[in-house]
Structure formats: C-alpha cells, structure tokens
Design a protein around this ligand. Structure first.
Ligand SMILES: Nc1ncnc2c1ncn2[C@@H]1O[C@H](COP(=O)(O)OP(=O)(O)OP(=O)(O)O)[C@@H](O)[C@H]1O
Ligand SMILES: [Mg+2]
Length: 279
C-alpha cells in the first residue's frame, strides 16, 4: 500500500451513454497505473457485456501464452441483485458493494470501476464512492445532451440531464456523509481533426457546461485504431514498447502523448515520474 494508508483512491468511469469509450479508457488507465507499480483492483459493473473484464482476461491469456509477465489487476464482476422486491434488491446491492469495496481498500492503491451505459443501483453506488469520476463523451451534441440540454444559440444550460442530476445527488450525499469531494472530469473521446467547425462548437458548449455543472473538462483521446485493435491480445499501446512487441508508428507515438496527458490531467495521487510520464 502507498504511504501505509488503507484507503484506495476510487476511479469511476461512467456515463449513461452506451459506447462513449468507458471501457477502453478504463483499460488504458488501469494499464498505466499497473505499469507504474500501483496495486490496482478492477470492478466491472457491466455484468452483461463485461468488456473490461474480457479485455483483462485476454491480457492474462496473452501474457501466459507468450511468457510476457504483463501486469494484470485483480478483476471483479459485480452483478446486480435480482432477488425479491425493489427494496430487497437495493439492500443486497448495497451490501455486496460495500463489502467488496471495504475488502479492496485493504489491498489496493486504486480501485477502478467500469460502469454500464445505463442507470443501475450499483452504478449509483459507485458514483457516490468515487474520488475521481471520469465521463468520456464523443464530440457530438448528441453526447452533450446526455449532460444537459443547451440553448442552441448561446449554449447556456436549459436543463440538467438525468445523469448530471444523479452526479449532483452523489456529490451532495458524499459531502454530507464523509465530507468527500468527487472530482468530476469530463473528457472528449474519439475526436477527429475532420470537422473543425463542429469541434469548435462542441468546445464552446463544453466550456459553458463545465461552469454550470461544475466539472473539469479535459482533452481526452482522439479517434485511433490503436485504441481498439489490441483488445484480443489484451494489450494497450502503453504495452507496445515496454514489451518490444510491435514497432511504434507515428500514430502510436501521438496516442502515447494523449494517454500521458490524460493521466496527468486526471491529477491522481502519486502520479508523477511514471515510466510513460517521464518519456
Ligand atoms: N479513442 C478511440 N478511438 C477509436 N475507437 C475507440 C476509441 N474509444 C473507444 N473506441 C471503440 O468504440 C467502441 C465503444 O467503446 P467502449 O466499449 O470502450 O465504450 P463503452 O462506453 O464502454 O460502451 P458501453 O456503454 O457499451 O459499455 C469500441 O468498439 C471501442 O473499441
Ligand atoms: Mg463498456
């Protein structure tokens, strides 16, 4: 454990929008943290798709098959309760969640939660426990609408979305229970250089939103094949040079810079002078 404390830093990657890049982003963060030597536990709350758990299972298998000794975290899949009435299910979810998290605090520096693209009780519990909440959004007004509806001329916020209301409640609840602060970070994902006008508009809207809803807005990741092609091997571009497995292309180098910037922008405790941060 870092600094002898039994308290892990909880990172929750969430957005009630399917396919915005939660699992992909979570995977890259997990590998960066592992490569720096942190103890990382992963909880996949998307018990249907299990994308992050599958990604990490592929990593373990590939590592074994090629004798690579890749760092792999402990992975847990938490399924929602389906027993009894709503109250019962909520109680069981809360018990399972609390028990798992209190165990993981003992052994982890970081606990990374990957949420499903839909609302669920477990997802709400994770949002409420987050130290860092990371929300990837695509650079499109359809995605921005999942944060708030904005005035088409001024981009002033007309109405908060269901998701933003939920984060607001989680923050309030957290402040009241343990005076904790949820650092909400919204990042763009899959940005392309193609449509500069749309990019500027999205940027303007995000800058307006960040003040109204109170999140940190960071640059995030571009649209790149390397973020999706390595899933079957369970690798990320952060592994490529480490293992000398594949030649780095210019796109890989640019992607590494994005990842490095993402990790710096997240402001995670103890993140400095890491291997990829130092390059
Ligand atoms: N920056 C990126 N560049 C290219 N492809 C990406 C990028 N980020 C994500 N993808 C691809 O987009 C798709 C959706 O990504 P991902 O599964 O990470 O999203 P998600 O938010 O976890 O989805 P879900 O809500 O279904 O869990 C995947 O095919 C993934 O490989
Ligand atoms: Mg996912």
């Amino acid at each position: 454990m870092s600094e002898g404390q039994n308290k892990a830093h909880i990172i929750v990657v969430g957005n009630e929008k399917g396919g915005s890049g939660k699992s992909t982003t979570a995977m890259h963060i997990v590998v960066c943290l592992l490569n720096k030597g942190f103890n990382v536990s992963v909880v996949d709350l998307d018990h249907r798709q299990k994308s992050l758990a599958r990604y990490l299972e592929n990593r373990l298998n590939y590592s074994k098959a090629h004798d690579l000794k890749l760092a792999v975290p402990d992975v847990y899949i938490l399924s929602r309760s389906i027993q009894g009435d709503v109250e019962n299910m909520m109680f069981e979810d809360t018990t399972n969640f609390t028990e798992l998290v209190s165990e993981l605090h003992k052994t982890s520096d970081f606990i990374v939660f990957d949420c499903p693209g839909t609302d669920s009780n477990l997802s709400r519990l994770a949002h409420g426990a987050a130290d860092t909440l990371l929300t990837p959004v695509n650079d499109s007004f359809v995605d921005i609408d999942l944060l708030a509806s904005v005035n088409p001329e001024t981009y002033k916020v007309d109405k908060l979305s269901h998701y933003s209301e939920m984060v607001w409640d989680a923050r309030k609840h957290r402040a009241m229970t343990d005076r904790g602060i949820i650092d909400w970070v919204v990042m763009l994902n899959r940005t392309t250089a193609l449509d500069a006008k749309n990019k500027r508009r999205v940027n303007d809207a995000m800058n307006e939103l960040k003040q109204r809803i109170s999140f940190r807005y960071i640059q995030g990741l571009g649209e790149r094949v390397v973020y999706r092609e390595l899933f079957p091997k369970g690798l990320t571009l952060v592994d490529l040079r480490e293992e000398g497995m594949e030649k780095m292309t210019m796109s890989h180098v640019a992607a590494r810079q994005e990842i490095r910037r993402l990790m710096e922008d997240l402001n995670l405790p103890g993140w400095n002078n890491s291997k990829i941060a130092a390059e």
